[in-house]
Design a protein around this ligand. Structure first.
Ligand SMILES: [Zn+2]
Length: 372
């Protein structure tokens, strides 16, 4: 813990962070134990599903493993999330590197969206990776709970002789009814479940995309779109946007692990407004799912068209940045692909040299814990 404090102060004096704060009570609470290297504290593969860890003050704790426990285990962090679930994260070094499969595509364009998680174009086909249905279902339920909470808060205010139509005056502590407490844990549990579903979906998608292609073309984050829209829509956007930023982050770091290249194109590139067939940019395009190009008459799916444009723009940037003579005209698809192949070879070599084989950032994924 002292080490954490030291790091916090170092970051503060180096002007990287704010003055260290005390840990908040409530919400996520965690405690870390350094594992003693002189004795065995962790039974890694006690059963196919369970592992055990011997913790000072807690005794033998049973863990449900989410993956194999490799390498030299250094520390274990036990945390409790807002929903009252316990997790143990094991930190290890000397973890062997994951082996990524050979990519079967050169370049893919990825259009990240809210309606669908991602629309992917690999030059020949376009496919859609959908947001899981369970997640959408849970989100509708989440919208219902605040209403119930408001009602319960109003009732509590009336019980304490306050006017529920006015904001609660400062310094007044509202009592917590049993029903309100129950609603609160329900909301927390639901949030926890939503988080799980979303994390799982994002990891699946980002891993699949990175495994698939040598070069991934993404669109930069669109912050502009955030400010617009009504409340409900804004809420959905905000929720989704956090997820999209996270998906982008995962793609970036996984691509680095796998030795792939990520190209991020400018956020002002008109990916959805440009017709992929004739190149005309239609500035007044609404947010319809399908649209027909007024110039050439081709009917487009908004997201698929954008994915194709993103891939084409990535190829154009590659072709502009490299000088492999291919005999094809500049900006042509074949030239881009040839350059892409050349680029990846270089990138892979660079990564192989730069990356340390050991002591990479320790894999820290939660292992569900249950006290025995
Ligand atoms: Zn057109």
């Amino acid at each position: 813990m002292l080490r954490d404090q030291e790091r916090a102060f170092q970051n503060f004096f180096a002007r990287r962070a704010r003055y260290p704060r005390y840990r908040r009570r409530g919400g996520v609470e965690r405690v870390r134990f350094t594992l003693d290297q002189r004795r065995v504290q962790v039974e890694r593969e006690a059963t196919p599903r369970w592992a055990f860890v011997d913790l000072p003050g807690l005794g033998r704790v049973k863990l449900r493993r989410s993956e194999g426990l490799q390498g030299r285990l250094r520390s274990v962090t036990v945390s409790r999330d807002g929903a009252g679930r316990y997790f143990a994260s094991l930190c290890a070094d000397q973890v062997s590197e994951a082996v990524w499969p050979e990519p079967h595509t050169e370049v893919i364009g990825i259009n990240l969206g809210l309606r669908d998680l991602a629309v992917v174009s690999d030059g020949t086909a376009v496919r859609t990776l959908r947001t899981p249905k369970a997640l959408a279902l849970k989100l509708t339920r989440l919208r219902r709970y605040p209403r119930r909470q408001n009602r319960q808060v109003a009732a509590q205010m009336r019980a304490q002789g306050l006017d529920p139509t006015k904001p609660c005056p400062k310094g007044v502590r509202l009592g917590m009814s049993r029903r309100r407490a129950r609603t609160r844990t329900r909301v927390a549990r639901l949030h926890g479940r939503i988080g799980d579903l979303r994390r799982d979906a994002l990891h699946r998608v980002s891993t699949a995309l990175v495994a698939e292609a040598k070069i991934l073309v993404l669109e930069d984050l669109n912050v502009k779109g955030l400010a617009r829209g009504g409340h409900r829509r804004g809420f959905r956007r905000a929720m989704g946007d956090v997820a999209l930023g996270e998906l982008r982050r995962q793609i970036r770091y996984k691509a680095e692990w796998a030795g792939r290249q990520v190209i991020e194109i400018d956020r002002f590139f008109p990916s959805s407004k440009r017709c992929f067939e004739c190149g005309t940019v239609h500035a007044t395009l609404g947010c319809a799912k399908r649209w027909a190009c007024p110039a050439c008459g081709v009917s487009h799916d908004r997201d698929e068209n954008a994915a194709k444009n993103i891939r084409a723009e990535g190829l154009r940037q590659l072709a502009a940045a490299c000088s492999v003579p291919t005999g094809k005209g500049p900006g042509s698809d074949a030239r881009g692909v040839a350059c892409a192949a050349e680029r990846t070879r270089r990138v892979t070599v660079e990564c192989a040299q730069r990356r340390p084989t050991q002591n990479r950032e320790p894999a820290q994924r939660p292992v569900r814990a249950k006290s025995a």
